[in-house]
Design a protein around this ligand. Structure first.
Ligand SMILES: Nc1ncnc2c1ncn2[C@@H]1O[C@H](COP(=O)(O)OP(=O)(O)OP(=O)(O)O)[C@@H](O)[C@H]1O
Ligand SMILES: Cc1ncc(CO)c(N)n1
Ligand SMILES: [Mg+2]
Length: 575
């Protein structure tokens, strides 16, 4: 069936030994795949059929080519498939960048990651001591193994050290259609070592970039792609993004990690129409080795989940910022550029927080907002009200206490935080960023006239949840630009809870949902009898309803919550 062989390649006078299990011919492999002696033969046969179908399926190639819709196939579903990224990249022995960073980034973001290794580097925090290139035939074999068998959503490339590697990659993605191709044009490591020489430049420019849905050069790589153009400022990055777009990719992200330390971490995104400056605070740390690989893999992971491009970029950038922040003081290796912390501290934090810190739109399904007037009326504490709501099935809680003394509000919040955490339900604070910080709540909800979102984000840090109230598409667009996690939209129906509140109706809600790339929760006058009509508006990003009096102006909060949960489920059976 197969034989154990040692492939030897020579590079820069060195011998590289790769032990592989090599089959004699690819036909042989196909027949092995179809062999009825395989316990999963029914499954393999159907996959093979799928592969044959794919070979004949049509996909447009060439400049700015249109792709299979992003959300088409890959979100986790009842068929047990999970979003899948294939990384085609080099191994970093120090495990800060390359394949190792890609695996960790995808794992942290909950996406399966398969790997095709194009080169093996001897690398640490000091620099790159050696590179062995995997022969292109064996890159091709790895690609075929994965793509002929597994349902890959997004392919992300890193180190592509030879023209041959690029060619086999291009061939394979023509044979096996994918959802998107992200090209991180890795050429020089931060230590200054060459990872892909100038011989690959023509094929990068002429064949690879025109196939890419996104290309993510850092400043040095953008300069090399543009024949040595000087890149020192954000204005230069904007020009570079446009020029690289002209080479054919559908989107360009020029990364500004190597801008001067005095500046924020600004990346420039160009989609052929709009230029966006994506800015985050610069984390003061030596541990930035692998940020580029991590960012590109994170984008691939979010695309594989079905997110649109710019949202995927924003989430991944926030993930990099968070991971850099958590790893800023760790000490691995003695060189000038250490790896950071993709998983370890994040995991600890998630554990500490009851594994609910990373926000999911599903959290908005049944959003309970407290009101102390109602609690007083029914003679219950905030804590009792919140406990009853989460026991009844509330999926997120907001403490909205407009008339409470600060100290009393903080005390109540400090009790509610561990309570909600023990149920795995996020707890947000209305408006009061100071209270949210003091009690370590999961986030805040702000209105249009509260503190600006950018200030809230810089005070709370990247991982907290921030929601913002919006009544119209313009506000919804701005909320997304400003980095909110979700939108609260209303009042959908007339309500007594909020004085002088403009009612926007189901049409207003739908207009906001359609204009918004963020998940939306509907609020205002929603009750047991109209909740269904809200959930049935035709907007995929409507994630749930927020309620005050329907839950808390009742005798038994927990059973009312249960009933509302059931009503919502009945109206939105797939959630
Ligand atoms: N100190 C930092 N603080 C916050 N964000 C950063 C920092 N350094 C880099 N980033 C961000 O990390 C992402 C990767 O950008 P960068 O320019 O570092 O890529 P790169 O040079 O390809 O990285 P590497 O070669 O180390 O993998 C960008 O979103 C960038 O803004
Ligand atoms: C293997 C590998 N890929 C990419 C990079 C860029 O960070 C690196 N240093 N090493
Ligand atoms: Mg890079």
């Amino acid at each position: 069936m197969g034989e154990l062989v040692v492939i030897k390649t020579t590079r820069a006078g060195e011998l590289c030994n790769l032990v592989t299990f090599k089959r004699s011919t690819s036909d042989h492999m196909n027949s092995a795949m179809l062999s009825s002696s395989c316990p999963q033969s029914h499954c393999l046969a159907s996959k093979q059929g799928n592969a044959i179908h794919k070979l004949h399926s049509e996909r447009a190639y060439g400049s700015h080519s249109s792709r299979v819709p992003m959300a088409a196939s890959s979100s986790e579903g009842s068929n047990g498939r999970i979003p899948h990224v294939l990384t085609v990249a080099g191994s970093d022995s120090g495990a800060g960048a390359g394949i190792q960073a890609d695996l960790k980034a995808c794992a942290a973001l909950g996406v399966y990651c398969s790997t095709v290794i194009t080169a093996v580097t001897a690398q640490n925090t000091v620099g790159v001591q050696g590179v062995n290139i995997v022969p292109e035939e064996f890159v091709a074999e790895q690609l075929k193994s994965v793509l002929s068998d597994m349902q890959v959503g997004v392919v992300k490339t890193g180190m592509l050290p030879s023209i041959g590697a690029v060619k086999v990659l291009l061939q394979c993605i023509k044979e096996f259609p994918i959802q998107a191709l992200i090209v991180d044009p890795v050429m020089v490591s931060t230590s200054g070592d060459v990872l892909a020489g100038s011989s690959v430049l023509p094929i990068f420019r002429e064949e690879l970039l025109p196939m890419a849905d996104l290309v993510t050069p850092n400043i040095k790589e953008a300069s090399i792609l543009l024949g040595g153009m000087v890149l020192e400022t954000v204005a230069d990055m904007r020009r570079a993004a446009k020029s690289i777009y002209d080479m054919g990719p559908r989107n360009v992200l020029v990364k500004g990690g190597d801008l001067p330390d005095s500046l924020d971490a600004v990346d420039v995104f160009f989609d052929g129409e709009h230029l966006h400056e994506l800015s985050s605070r610069r984390i003061n740390t030596w541990n930035t080795h692998g940020t580029g690989c991590t960012l590109a893999s994170g984008i691939a992971a979010e695309l594989a989940k079905g997110l649109p491009m710019l949202s995927a970029i924003k989430i991944s950038k926030r993930f990099v910022e968070t991971a850099l922040d958590y790893g800023k003081d760790i000490f691995i290796g003695c060189g000038p550029q250490g790896p950071f912390d993709h998983l370890l501290k994040l995991k600890n934090t998630l554990r500490r927080l009851g594994a609910h810190r990373l926000f999911s739109p599903a959290d908005l399904f049944l959003y309970a907002v407290t009101d102390s007037g109602m609690n007083k009326k029914w003679g219950r504490s905030i804590n009792d009200a919140v406990r009853a709501a989460v026991e009844g099935g509330a999926t997120i809680v907001q403490l909205r206490e407009k008339n409470m003394e600060t100290r009393d509000f903080l005390e109540a919040a400090q009790e509610c935080v561990p309570l909600c955490r023990s149920y795995g339900v996020p707890l947000l604070i209305n408006d009061r960023v100071d209270i949210a910080l003091a009690c370590d709540a999961d986030g805040v909800h702000v209105g249009q006239s509260d503190m600006p979102l950018s200030v809230v984000r810089s005070l709370l840090g990247p991982e907290k949840i921030i929601g913002v109230s919006c009544k119209n598409p313009e506000q919804a667009y701005q909320a997304w630009i400003d980095g909110a996690d979700y939108i609260g939209c209303g009042g959908v129906f007339p309500t007594n809870t909020k004085a002088n509140n403009q009612t926007i109706g189901l049409d207003g809600l739908k207009a906001v949902c359609l204009a918004s790339k963020l998940p939306v929760v509907a609020i205002g006058g929603i009750n047991m009898s109209n909740a269904g009509s809200v959930m049935e508006i035709d907007a995929p990003n409507l994630a749930g309803v927020a309620v005050v009096s329907t839950l808390f102006d009742t005798e038994c909060v927990s059973s009312t919550t249960q009933k509302l949960h059931a009503a919502l489920k009945a109206a939105a059976p797939r959630t």
